[in-house]
Write a protein that binds this ligand. Sequence first.
Ligand code: SF4
Length: 676
Amino acid sequence: MPGSDVATKTHCPYCALQCGMEIGPGLAIGPRTDIPANASGALCQKGWTAGELLTNGRRLTTPLLHGEAVDWDVALDHVADRLAAIRAEHGPDAVAVFGGGGLTNEKAYSLGKFARVALGTSQIDYNGRFCMSSAAAASIRAFGMDRGMPFPITDLDEADVVLIAGGNVAETMPPFVRHLDGPRLIVIDPRRTQTAKLAWLHLQPTPGTDLALALGLLHLAIADDLVDEEYVAARTTGFDEVRTSLSSWWPERVERVTGVPVHQMRQAVRALAAVGKAYILTGRGAEQHAKGTDTVTAFINLALALGLPGRHGSGYGCVTGQGNGQGGREHGQKADQLPGYRKIDDPAAREHLAGIWGIPAEDIPGPGRSAYELLDALGTPDGPRALLLFGSNPIVSAPAADHVAARIGALDLLVTCDFVMSETAAMADVVLPVTQWAEESGTMTNLEGRVLLRRRAVTPPEGVRSDLDVIAGLAGRLGHTFETDPAAVFDELRRASQGGPADYSGITYERIANETGVFWPCPAPGHPGTPRPFLDRFAHPDGRARFTPVQHRPAAEEPDADYPVYLSTGRVLAHYQSGAQTRRIAPLVEAAPEPFVELHPDLAEQLDIAAGDVVRVSSRRGEGRAVARISDAIRRDTVFMPFHWEGANRLTNPALDPTSRMPEFKVCAVRVERDS
Ligand code: SF4
């Protein structure tokens, strides 16, 4: 698999920072310094070792039909025939599509079009539902638009104070930390994470109580006369309702609920209010809850009261996780959405897309099931009987994973497109080996909303095809013509997004290359792009941001006599998402070889568990085993497990947020025992 003789400028295969990277002769990886996210020349260990993904010996290169190698025509004919037969017998919604937040914009767009046009199904969603949906819903509620961080990451370099609620960037995307060298850092996290260790102030709430904490912070801001009344009057609506709704969240009550001392809350809110340049950021720790949308809303309410969003030098943003978590939620692989971040039930949006796709608007299906609801319905009498899976590994990454595995096992047809034999691919009737990352070109939209170009740097191994080829190959067999060239798909995406909130119509591959990325919205070829979309007005029709009153409530499952300990889940530096890629990279396996359970010394003593013991952790949904790590970085009432291996998500609770349909990954009740 030779690389080019000259270095190719591209981006990392993993997280939403999308660090600029060069791939040189011999697949030598090095950082680019022209991409602001990592202009410091930093990459994390995952990035430095990414070249090994391209030479990995366990790479899939042959289509598999019931485990037997077959040629591409046999595989695609079989899939198309089975899809057509299942549709004919059970209707179009009997076939489902599940995408991923790591897919390029072109793939996400093509997949959404394939589902709606070629399959005629409403049953499409993606794993980004498990990542960004609560922050996205809260941003749309408050600002009228969701563009994760609505400012360039380099704005953080100049900040005086940054508060991160539930984000561990020092482990998940270490180069991010270079942008936090200057500001005072406040971290909210039940664990003393690597990021919390860098903080000037660490608030360590009980799992599942971030919402109460945010209410308490705003209560204090009001009580201590720290609200920016001029900004609130000029740029927002709804503050009086929020002020009234907070009356019962006096600080001592919040301390009782969260465990965070009042003086720490007061320190945090005064620090944020005392300076001109302050940012509030949220991550999955605050968002992955059955009340995640309201939790983020409460932090946005705080940011609005302090006058932060929509000003140069301050703001609110969410720290998107997956590589294309931002673009992946804009172009139509979400159950309720059409390209350009349009709503699928908006008649004007349906007319626009019908014109691009050459079909009547009434033929575009309506909204389908959200990710967990889709997985939960597989193989049931009213649910899908066939599933096409692109770039996702739900057996490891979905909540209540044993149940999800049973539902997947009940399908008549499972087809996976992957480049490694993931745990889910191992269950598939048909496995289609596809190109990855540096073997193909396409655009990614990073956590700032900057559209970037990932260039093909190496020749793919013989036998693999791109996801776009697979989609077009199936569409062709079902009577539809789809583009396979990424640039041609991007041109169609530009037209499809035109006039929508995420308008890419002025962005071209050439511009991205020449300008090291272009921020959306970019509604015309001569438009400069929009690094800070809310400076003049927010995206609601009246241009004002919305305060929304929200109330705290307990986690969907609190500890009790049978399951007396909180479980929280998260990441480690060496691995990415379900680990399907990183668990195959030798240096990363060496750095983090196995799952672990982190528990406080007092809890360990109470349970007679020593460091290195194998521990059984069980919840009402399943059990997992992992090695004990004893650490006073975690609360006494909580254990932590990383989710990059099978195990953690056997335990997690699929209770869903009513707005975003986000499962409650971050808190559930478990029992912890030494495995005898
Ligand atoms: S994983 Fe993220 S932080 Fe690490 S090199 Fe890749 S893009 Fe950068």
